[in-house]
Design a protein around this ligand. Structure first.
Ligand code: GCV
Length: 671
């Protein structure tokens, strides 16, 4: 293992093992306590299958690196004597596992080979975090059965909203052959419980439409084989109009028998090449992508077409709900993009086949630093749903700013979207999906600290009850060593960065004050007179979007009554979402006691100050983090500090000039 890590560091095509580095445990007593319990390894009867084989390899390599032992292995031949590491079966879900320790043994019992693999990773993570073996007893099973990463990678090697280099899968029109990096990718995914990946962009262009043809499937099968060893299923994004795009039919009408037969044939070809293929992700009738609306069909008819074709193979359809009018006129105040997903999909509840999951973005707009939770999660009790989060920091600093997203995600997961005994969003979805923040940069994410978002997504998808602070500690310990001070300092460096980012960008939930197209940097009116339905309506008197039932677009009414009431009234609407739901004068007084305009000034000064302090705060890690990581992060923090100041100045100036209200604290507002 160590050899592999060094090799991967030393070569030109170097890549980081990230949190699977397995740094040796320095504390001799702790090392001893674990070695005593792990000197032998008893595996279940029979020849291990592929997954269990991966688990055993990982354990051997990990233990040798962490505590310097190579456990002698033997296969169980009957009831196990409790000595050493005993891996055994237990009743329960295939992904579930239990880890228990005794004076000279560790029992890892799992419901299936998947569980053994996840349990193996957890055991190694426990050791790597410097946790003592005495009295340990944990039992885990995942909160959601499908835990997925969606890449937005194109066949030419570019990545839509990619901030970490080029694609890990494609280059210049070709599918890259599997190599050590793909293996490391799959291990990293498995280690955080990810069990599915879709590797191409949801915007499926002509060339990617061909991915479901035999010539491409041969290469994809090689990728699927590597993923399979780590319990990760391959999915693809498909073009709803594929039969048309490929010139094979003159229609893509979901009710046309020729189209039905076309997709059946495709499914047959795909599953012949990749027997455990996962299914399709579909972006239809969205931002110019084709869909069922062209034929006067609804999205249940569209999704069910594909669902029927893949059902015989156990395939699934992740059908995205990001459907809205992107050709709006800013003068039209009745159309509200935030309403769109609910308006299109909620009437279809109960009409989707069982193997369809509706993939819904966390908020009703598009991954802004702050949005309310999408009301659609509470509106479709008879439909399977997937929550889509964005690890790619499209609107949250593009992996040049440090922005620890688990803190943001947690606010969504914990929202009581359905009411009743446990109506939390985390308990209302059947799958967790994140848009990938990965690319072929050596550190995978561009920004070393953005690895924590990748790690954090996997951990929350597995267990949404984890606290973001604990996830940060875990990630820090696994990536950089179990030194308590270092871990605490790194975790506290990450915590609060999302709120800081929020405070120096667009205020109070209004969003969208970014440069159009690439979405980086401040531009208050960048999207104001555009066609995308993304307005803040700031004028000399006030700012914000009236989405109330009483006088606005009615969006607030899409929630269950208690939440609808909360958002409907300025008096109860949480400050951080005020401008999302209400248009208010600058003098409106927030719950915080500040006026809206003073809040805007203060938040931007404070947020920029937070960012300005980051490079200096980072210095504490000089010498304790690997040099390359230390200096690469420092560079990015310096940029963040400058860029946050730009955000502060542009936004504050915009509001100062519009409102004419001076800063109560008399600070210099200019640009
Ligand atoms: C893949 C936003 C992004 C697009 C993205 C789209 C989506 O609009 O800016 O790049 O397209 O969301 O989620 O489909």
């Amino acid at each position: 293992m160590r050899h592999h890590i060094e090799a991967s560091r030393g070569s030109k095509a170097a890549f980081s093992p990230a949190w699977l580095i397995y740094r040796p445990i320095r504390d001799a007593e702790l090392r001893g306590a674990w070695s005593r319990r792990l000197s032998t390894m008893t595996t279940p009867e029979g020849r291990p299958g592929r997954l269990l084989g991966s688990a055993l390899r990982e354990l051997k390599d990990g233990l040798s690196s962490l505590i310097g032992i190579e456990p002698t292995t033997r296969r169980s031949s009957g009831p196990a004597t409790m000595r050493g590491l005993v891996i055994e079966r237990r009743p329960g879900g295939t992904e579930s596992f239990e880890i228990e320790t005794g004076p000279d043994w560790v029992r890892l019992s799992a419901g299936g080979d998947e569980g053994a693999l996840y349990g193996a990773f957890r055991l190694l993570q426990i050791i790597a975090q410097g946790i003592k073996p005495e009295g340990l007893h944990i039992a885990e099973s995942p909160n959601a059965a499908l835990r997925m990463i969606d890449h937005w990678d194109n066949l030419d090697g570019s990545v839509e909203r990619g901030y970490a280099g080029r694609s890990l899968f494609f280059r210049d029109g070709k599918i890259l052959p599997p190599g050590p990096r793909l293996e490391m990718y799959a291990r990293l995914m498995a280690s955080i419980g990810i069990n599915a990946v879709a590797i191409n962009n949801v915007n499926v262009h002509r060339s990617e439409t061909e991915l479901i043809y035999p010539q491409r499937l041969r290469n994809l099968a090689e990728i699927a084989a590597v993923l399979r060893s780590w319990g990760v299923k391959l999915f693809l994004s498909v073009n709803f109009a594929a039969p048309l795009t490929m010139g094979e039919l003159d229609t893509a009408d979901p009710l046309d028998p020729r189209v039905v037969a076309w997709w059946e044939k495709r499914a047959q070809v795909i599953w012949k090449a990749i027997p455990d293929f996962g299914g399709f992700v579909v972006k239809a009738d969205s931002e110019g992508r084709p869909g069922p609306f062209t034929y006067g069909r609804d999205h249940a008819e569209g999704a069910n077409l594909l669902a029927r074709a893949v059902a015989p193979y156990g395939g699934r359809i992740l059908w995205r709900c990001f459907v809205y009018n992107c050709l709006q006129d800013w003068r039209d105040r009745r159309t509200d993009r935030a309403r769109a997903a609910y308006d299109h999909f909620s009437p279809l509840d109960g009409r989707f086949l069982d193997n369809v999951l509706l993939q819904i973005k966390n908020g009703p707009m598009d991954f802004q630093p702050r949005e309310p939770v999408s009301p659609l999660f509470g509106a479709m009790p008879r439909t399977a749903k997937a929550l889509e989060l964005q690890a790619a920091q499209e609107y949250t600093g593009q992996q040049r700013h440090v922005c620890y997203l688990p803190e943001q995600w947690k606010t969504y997961l914990d929202t009581d979207i359905r009411g009743g005994s446990d109506g939390r969003l985390s308990r209302s979805v059947d799958a967790f999906v994140a848009v990938s923040n990965l690319g072929d940069d050596p550190n995978w994410c561009g920004h070393d600290l953005a690895q924590a978002n990748w790690y954090g997504f996997g951990r929350l998808a597995w267990n949404p009850d984890l606290a973001p602070a604990d996830i940060a500690r875990e990630w820090a310990a696994l990536s950089f060593g179990a030194d308590k001070t270092l871990v605490e300092e790194l975790a506290s460096f990450l915590l609060g960065t999302w709120r800081a980012y929020e405070s120096y960008t667009a205020p109070l939930g209004v969003g969208w004050m970014v440069n159009p197209s690439h979405h980086y940097g401040p531009n208050p009116d960048g999207y104001e007179y555009d066609r995308w339905g993304t307005y803040h309506f700031a004028d000399r008197d006030g700012v914000g979007v009236d989405r109330t039932k009483a006088t606005g677009s009615g969006y607030a009414g899409q929630y269950r009554p208690e939440l609808a009431d909360l958002y409907e009234h300025k008096e109860t609407c949480p400050d951080e979402l005020l401008l999302f739901f209400h248009h208010v004068p600058y003098g409106h007084v927030l719950h915080s006691g500040k006026t809206v305009i003073q809040h805007i000034y203060d938040a931007h000064f404070e947020g920029a100050e937070f960012a300005a302090a980051l490079p200096e705060r980072w210095r504490v890690f000089e010498g304790s983090l690997p040099k390359d990581v230390y200096s690469a992060v420092l560079d990015r923090l310096r940029h963040q500090a400058e860029h946050a100041a730009l955000w502060r100045d542009v936004i504050n100036t915009f509001f100062y000039r519009l409102s004419g209200v001076p800063d109560a604290k008399g600070r210099l507002i200019y640009r």
